[in-house]
Design a binder for this molecule. Sequence first.
Ligand SMILES: Cc1cc2nc3c(=O)[nH]c(=O)nc-3n(C[C@H](O)[C@H](O)[C@H](O)COP(=O)(O)OP(=O)(O)OC[C@H]3O[C@@H](n4cnc5c(N)ncnc54)[C@H](O)[C@@H]3O)c2cc1C
Length: 404
Amino acid sequence: MQTNYDIVIIGGGPAGLSFACSMADSGAQVLVVEKSSLEDLSKPSYDGREIALTHLSLSILKKIGVWNLVDKNSISLLKEAQVFDGDSAALLNFKSENSGIEALGYLVPNYQLRQALYQRVSQADNIKLMPDSLVDDVDYCDSHSKVIFADGAIIEAKLVVAADSRFSNIRRKMGIPSLVEDFSKVMIVSKMRHEKSHQNIALEYFDYGQTLALLPMIGDESSVVLTVSADKSAQLIQMSEADFNAKMSKDFRGKLGQLTQIGERHSYPLVGVHAKTFISKRFALIGDAAVGMHPVTAHGFNLGLRGQDILATLVKEAQDAGQDIGSESLLKLFEKKHIYLTKIMFFGTNGIVALFTNDAPVAKQIRRFVLNFAQHFPPIKHLITQHLTESGKGITLLKKVLQK
Ligand SMILES: Cc1cc2nc3c(=O)[nH]c(=O)nc-3n(C[C@H](O)[C@H](O)[C@H](O)COP(=O)(O)OP(=O)(O)OC[C@H]3O[C@@H](n4cnc5c(N)ncnc54)[C@H](O)[C@@H]3O)c2cc1C
């Protein structure tokens, strides 16, 4: 068994595999360690997640040779987004045509993305996948890091990158503190067919007691996302299909006619995490292990892609210049280029969640005011659109400022 690599990636989820794809054909010897089986990695099963990709994410996926491997029949365009507040008339809508872009975002099933990422990784001669393997700890010295496996085996690398989920055990073992926000909410997702066309419009209803979203998929199907407090979730997960169909048809105010569940209901407890630092000696955090977002702004994987892209670019530059790919200066630069934006997104999203899930009378008034203000003040609306879609000059400027 080879015991020496340039880079060891812990976790073969979307972030870890994206980083591996970025390093494909770079000449660096890369090992991806994943605790799940090869079957899970190569043929991921449907998990109910539909990932809304921004324009920046699309360009990164194209650059790393993954986008052309995604089944084109599974990609749906988000043309418009409408946000409603409770029983008020307040409405905020974003249209791609008003921003001069083809779509606000691109919706792809998570399992399709994972499959395409796996395919790209398995095409690369310089990347080895090690499934069914659990990393227990990471140790370091000046010249290399040691990846210690649960069975006691040790592999050395110049750089270790942890992408082992928002509940990262390795982050903790490296002594990196993180801010954990338990929203005490559960997100229930289900694919549903509907009578009326969705017209490629995403819907978000910040109702009182629940948040309801609809993500338009191919044909007359959508992903319905229901967020409720943890104590109410069991009843909704166990509800009969007929009752669930009736509830969804009613909660969407008849906008889509009768809704019918297709497949299973999946549930995800909502916990947000932001690591205090993204680096340690010869070590970097990427993906949810660095920042695990509340899904309401659909930025989790988008931020993961952006982070791995920044790290991969710096690593490849160092490699080409014959420099140390795990140096402190490189890692500090990676953190500097990435951490500020993640903080803005993380705390901004948590602020939106706190306001729009607060049903106190004063909060309801503020909610309406915020939506009305954003809707009727075009520069703000334009800025939010650019921010959410990661497109346009505004966001390019923001990126430049943040990456200085
Ligand atoms: C309902 C829902 C909807 C979402 N929608 C969007 C969206 O629209 N847009 C968006 O950008 N994001 C979205 N997200 C977020 C997105 O799914 C995550 O950000 C993304 O999956 C994180 O990928 P990751 O690779 O960092 O972590 P994970 O997917 O958690 O992968 C971590 C991997 O590490 C492995 N692992 C863990 N520990 C070890 C160890 N010690 N040794 C070896 N292997 C280990 C695990 O087995 C796993 O495969 C959504 C999330 C949810 C729940």
